[in-house]
Design a protein around this ligand. Structure first.
Ligand code: 5GP
Ligand code: MN
Length: 321
């Protein structure tokens, strides 16, 4: 099997993809990869099935990200996605099935769907893997690349506060700051700032949050979301806030989308692994942060998910206190 570096060096027209409902790690890795491939003289097309959320557009190079890529490619690189369906319509299987696929990811639930799979569940972010790839390829880390990659680390560790924060994440961050990334500016844009409408939405959702048997949960019906110009980044902040409830071991946020599908976000304390629940529901994630999407009525998704979480907590007993 070729190494990831060999795959990149052997290709010329490269399609780079990240997952639908993108987060800062997916978009940061995608935009950074664009800069890295262009530094090597490669043709790079960057795509994500959903538009880049407003909060991530400060990362240099995100304006080049398209939703439906066109053209011929001799390599596809998937970033931060644990399965092929999660690439959505940006991956046209009819056209791309015969093109080699390099799968770069850090989800423990990754289904190894690539020709070559570089999956490191112990890495706090996909952006750290992209940094190592840039090093392996001899590409200099410019301030633009550093800003994109540090955004992924800040996002996936929520500013170095989540249990996946480790020395490797801190060391990568140190290098990226030295290379020109502004860490407080990134943290403010990704984690601190939100529109007034999103702030009010938090209030509405929190006012009807439930705490039952160690599970804190809340729902966002499509009607509530419609009153806000808010995009998804604020909701990852909301589920993180819910996960701060002292009495809870698991936090769940249900979000009904306009197309009727329901997105579920799970968070847990160390010792409770929610990635298996997400995987069983067709999604994926990390031990302490996972998610899935179901095309079922909101009330059914709530009942099904809460039953699965209750069974998980019963199984995991009191071991972690
Ligand atoms: P979030 O709750 O912030 O949307 O997602 C938490 C983690 O679970 C992220 O790593 C995200 O990639 C993963 N995740 C969320 N929803 C899905 C999904 O529908 N499918 C897969 N494969 N992973 C998901
Ligand atoms: Mn990630």
């Amino acid at each position: 099997m070729p190494t990831p570096e060999q795959m990149v060096l052997g290709a010329n027209r490269i399609l780079v993809l990240c997952h639908t409902s993108p987060d800062g790690d997916g978009i940061g890795a995608l935009a950074a990869m664009g800069h890295i491939l262009r530094a090597l003289g490669k043709q790079a097309t960057l795509a994500c099935a959903d538009p880049v959320p407003r909060e991530y557009r400060f990362m240099p190079g995100t304006d080049a990200i398209v939703q439906r890529p066109e053209g011929e490619f001799d390599l596809v690189i998937s970033l931060d996605s644990s399965d092929l369906p999660r690439l959505g319509e940006a991956y046209d299987a009819a056209k791309l099935a015969h093109v080699p696929l390099l799968n770069i990811d850090h989800h423990i639930t990754n289904l190894n769907f690539g020709t070559v799979n570089w999956v490191e569940p112990n890495s706090a972010s996909t952006c750290q893997l992209v940094l190592r790839l840039a090093d392996g390829l001899g590409v200099e880390i410019t301030p633009e690349i550093a800003t994109c990659l540090l955004s992924g680390i800040v996002m996936d560790t929520r500013g170095f506060t989540t249990p996946n924060t480790d020395l490797a994440a801190l060391r990568a961050a140190e290098r990226l700051v030295a290379a020109g990334a502004n860490i407080s500016d990134i943290a403010r844009k990704l984690l601190v700032q939100r529109p007034f409408s999103m702030t009010k939405l938090w209030g509405d959702v929190l006012a009807q949050a439930h705490l039952e048997d160690g599970v804190v949960w809340a729902s966002l019906p499509a009607s509530l979301m419609a009153q806000s110009d808010a995009s998804a980044n604020g909701l990852s902040g909301l589920v993180a806030f819910l996960a701060g409830v002292e009495e809870a071991r698991v936090a769940v946020l249900f979000r009904e989308r306009n197309d009727g599908r329901v997105e579920v976000s799970l968070r847990s304390v160390p010792g409770v692994d929610v990635s298996g629940v997400a995987l069983a529901m067709g999604g994926g994630g990390h031990p302490q942060a996972a998610g899935f999407t179901l095309a079922e009525p909101l009330a059914d998704v709530e009942a099904k998910t809460l039953a699965a979480v209750r069974a998980l907590l019963k199984g995991s007993g009191q071991a972690d206190g």
